[in-house]
Write a protein that binds this ligand. Structure first.
Ligand code: NAI
Length: 336
């Protein structure tokens, strides 16, 4: 099998080359994203391998089908950038990677939290400049603090275990609470009122869009630390900024941002950033922004590559795959 691999980054290649070679799947790596202009690069391929910012609208999918492509191998969990109805109409089959390492994301969440509260990002810059002053670096203990976890799925639960290891009190909110999990569930309002730290681990849906907004920020404890390693649009970034300026929010750790598709994963150093909210957030001493990197560990990259390759092998050789996404009667069905 042969796949055109779009939006290639240097860290993608080794694992895909290795697992591809093991299973007889070849990749043609392209730096460019899949768009209506680049679809022709998939000529003579069985399918395309794509990531979160590739375009898979009806025009692109029809173009792929016209070239004889049969498969879309999504090397990510999300599929909001795929027109699933158009894919079905074109006879294209697709599969995604529902989970690759909850530990990678949960550990990055704790890394961000520790950094912001112990001011490690500031200390690192000071000591590199031989400035050994401690003024302004006072942090606080996590032990005994209350963390509110929104979404207790794979990642939320690993983060809860990590927090328990630090001696924190953990409370949680989930639309579908896990039974017999030993997790203390409260309402979202109670969680916001009681938590010193709020960490978001739920998916982005119509219901969770702007879950943190100007109204819900008013319900938080003064000085709360807000962490988002889930999806940018869970937070209304403008309200977050206002909350920080008003000192209601003590600190924010963001691995994701509402308008990240314009910037994240690319080098804009030397450019003027047009997103004033992002630029202002990054300028704050009590905000850390990482560029959607929570997943980026060796283990996760290997799992992503292995699952993506096996998904395509299963669809091709066996005609079915548990990670297939099927559009049927206006609904998405998982697995075939
Ligand atoms: P999961 O599906 O295992 O867990 C999600 C949890 O959220 C479930 O317990 C579900 O019941 C809960 N939930 C659903 N709707 C809710 C609502 N309206 N309010 C509260 N909770 C709700 O997902 P997993 O694997 O734990 O991933 C969580 C999120 O992490 C993903 O949706 C994704 O957006 C994000 N993610 C971020 C990555 C990064 O690199 N920053 C990498 C991978 C995932």
């Amino acid at each position: 099998m042969r796949f055109a691999f779009f939006d290639t980054k240097p860290y993608d290649k080794p694992s895909f080359e290795r697992f591809g070679a093991e299973h007889g799947v070849k990749f043609k790596f392209y730096d460019t994203k899949l768009t209506e202009d680049t679809v022709g690069l998939a000529r003579n391929c069985d399918g395309v391998c794509t990531f979160v910012n590739d375009t898979m609208n009806a025009n692109v999918l029809e173009g792929l089908a016209d070239l004889g492509c049969k498969y879309l191998a999504l090397r990510c969990a999300g599929y909001n950038n795929v027109d699933l109805k158009a894919a079905a109409a074109c006879g294209l089959r697709l599969a995604h990677v529902p989970a690759y390492s909850p530990y990678a994301v949960a550990e990055h969440t704790m890394a961000l939290l520790l950094t912001i509260i112990r001011r490690t990002h500031k200390a690192y810059i000071r000591t590199r400049d031989f400035n050994f002053l401690l003024n302004g670096l006072t942090g606080f203990d996590l032990h005994g603090k209350t963390v509110g976890v929104v979404g207790t799925g794979r990642i939320g639960r690993v983060f809860i275990d990590i927090c328990k290891g630090f001696g924190m009190n953990v409370i949680a909110y989930d639309k579908f609470p896990a039974k017999d999990s030993g997790i203390t569930y409260v309402s979202l309002e109670e969680l916001l009122a009681q938590s010193d730290i709020v960490s978001l681990h739920c998916p982005l849906t119509d219901e969770t869009h702007h879950l943190i907004n100007c109204e819900t920020i008013k319900l938080t404890k003064k000085g709360v630390v807000i962490i988002n390693t889930s999806r940018g649009a869970l937070i209304d970034a403008e309200c977050l900024l206002e909350g920080i300026k008003a000192r209601q929010i003590g600190a924010a750790c963001l691995d994701v941002y509402e308008e990240e598709t314009d910037y994240f994963f690319e080098d804009f150093s030397g450019h003027i950033l047009h997103d004033d909210i992002l630029a202002r957030l990054i300028s704050m001493p009590n905000v850390i922004v990482t560029s959607h990197q929570a997943f980026l560990t060796e283990e996760a990259l290997n799992n992503i590559a292995e699952t993506t390759v096996l998904n395509m092998k299963q669809l091709h050789d066996e005609g079915k795959c548990p990670n297939e996404l099927i559009w049927k009667n206006g609904e998405i069905i998982h697995g075939s």
